[in-house]
Design a protein around this ligand. Structure first.
Ligand code: BG6
Length: 482
């Protein structure tokens, strides 16, 4: 049960994330009776709203981002009554004292920084000086947590000076996704997979996060990061760690994160010596996505750029379990479909008794989005008299999560994460050593690219990246699962 007196202090409360995700998620939790009655949400941002102005902002956000049938007037009124607003320029120390009377006892305070990382340092300093860092206060931070290991360490040091690790909640919103947690259920709630979940049973793993969107309105941020740092450093490496980790003894923050960090530290470096063989950078040029013509990245940005909007990698986890098993990762913008999936390709049967019949090895397909589905391909006999020998075909064994759990509302990732923050549960948040191991691996790839002069290869929007991304797997006799 949630701490009955927790208050939530939300920085960046007029930003895009607050509007699209945080306010709708908090509303969803409240409507389902999951927030303690006395919880207040203290919103803060630079805009000079008064409380009524912020309530109007929040109402508009809910009207835009919560389905109309879930916007029951009584629920709306109760939720809006929880909101307070304190205008504050977090870049200067003045003004933080205004927060103190609004947030109640700092021992029961959850703080969410949904601001530019440049404001993390000043905000934490301001919170400390206002006495909002001690006791039980918890701090959640949104990405990007730095742009390399050194800047990430600087942020982590500033945080650690005010909030101990067991009260620091680093967000990777992929960990809040239902299907990502389902990966744990699948691996550790079933005896079926574990005996095969290693180099003896698995040929390779593919992880794809494909997006159809382009730069959107995030030019400055994205141009400075690129696909490797925007998506691989966090979401994709977290997915890889969940697929590859040893079974944790318990579903608790220490057990799960201890296992993940071991995987992250076992990633074989991709550096100058192997960067050309193990990575592909791409940048989209004009093309069409879902039948709609779209501009080149450089045209959206308004200048030429050496930033990658696509990356494909061949990674290895150097430990006993995974020796020799490639993990192929790819992510990009302006790809043909919005799709996130993990493919676990099992090895073929050691001997076929069916003569020439072609046998396809089993494949576990975990679709995270847009559909939540877990599928396993199996060989089955195709119906018929088969006078020339049995005909076999690969057929899917599917658990459509929407059908299996038709009566349960699907929650967006931030509902889970905000509730865990309010209740002080850290398992689905990223620990400092994980983030730093992730950056260590990513920095070596970037240094490798810089040393090798690897520029992004063009790909037409609406394609699966540059042809070199296909070649990356085909050299190993593997095709991407499209
Ligand atoms: C964010 C990235 O972390 O994740 C974005 O900054 C990306 O560039 C987004 O679009 C994808 O998240 P989701 O949940 O839509 O897959």
């Amino acid at each position: 049960m949630a701490d009955p007196c927790t208050h939530l202090l939300l920085f960046g409360a007029t930003g895009d994330l607050a509007k699209r995700m945080l306010l709708p998620s908090l509303f969803g939790l409240d409507a389902d009776g999951l927030l303690p009655d006395c919880l207040r949400i203290v919103a803060t941002a630079r805009s000079g709203h008064d409380r009524a102005g912020y309530v109007a902002f929040a109402t508009a956000a809910l009207e835009e981002f919560v389905e109309v049938e879930r916007r029951n007037p009584a629920d709306m009124a109760r939720f809006l009554a929880r909101l307070d607003y304190v205008p504050l320029d977090a870049s200067t120390p003045e003004g933080f004292s205004k927060l103190t009377p609004a947030v109640g006892d700092p021992a029961h305070l959850a703080i969410f920084l949904s601001t530019a990382p440049s404001l993390f340092g000043p905000t934490i300093a301001g919170l400390s000086s206002a006495g909002l860092a001690g006791a039980g206060a918890r701090l959640a931070l949104e990405k990007p947590l730095g742009s390399d290991l050194a800047s990430s360490r600087a942020i982590n040091d500033a945080v650690a000076a005010a909030y101990p690790e067991d009260r620091t909640f680093r967000i990777d919103h992929y960990l809040g996704k239902e299907t990502v947690q389902n990966l744990l259920a699948l691996r550790f709630g079933n005896a079926l997979f574990e005996p095969l979940w290693n180099a003896r049973g698995i040929d390779h793993v593919q992880i794809t996060i494909a997006e159809t969107v382009g730069l959107e309105s995030r030019g400055d941020y994205y141009e400075g990061m690129g696909a490797l740092r925007d998506m691989v450093q966090n979401h994709m490496l977290q997915l890889l760690a969940l697929v590859a980790m040893e079974p944790p003894a318990r579903f608790d923050p220490t057990s799960v994160r201890d296992e993940k960090v071991k995987v992250l530290r076992s990633l074989r470096p991709i550096d100058r010596s192997n960067v050309e063989a193990c990575s592909v950078r791409g940048q989209y040029v004009a093309g069409a996505v879902a039948g709609q013509p779209v501009k080149a990245y450089a045209d959206e940005l308004g200048r030429t750029s050496g930033t990658e909007t696509f990356v494909a990698l061949k990674a290895h986890v150097d430990n006993w379990r995974w020796q020799g098993v490639p993990f192929y990762l790819r992510t990009g913008k302006r790809l043909p479909a919005r799709l996130s999936e993990i493919i676990v390709q099992f090895k073929p049967v050691p001997h076929s008794m069916f003569g020439n019949a072609e046998l396809e090895a089993n494949k576990l397909i975990i679709s995270l989005q847009p559909d939540e589905n877990v599928g396993l391909t199996m060989m089955a006999k195709a119906p018929g008299l088969d006078r020339q020998g049995l005909k076999l075909r690969s057929v899917p064994l599917d658990i459509g999560m929407d059908n299996a759990f038709a009566d349960v509302r699907r929650r967006i990732a931030y509902e889970r994460l905000l509730l865990d923050l309010i209740e002080g549960k850290q398992t689905l948040f990223v620990r400092r050593d994980e983030v730093e191991a992730q950056w260590t691996w990513i920095d070596a790839i970037r240094a490798g690219w810089a040393a090798a002069g690897t520029a992004p290869k063009p790909y037409a929007s609406g394609n699966w990246g540059p042809p070199a991304a296909i070649a990356l797997t085909e050299r190993d006799g593997v095709s991407w699962h499209d």
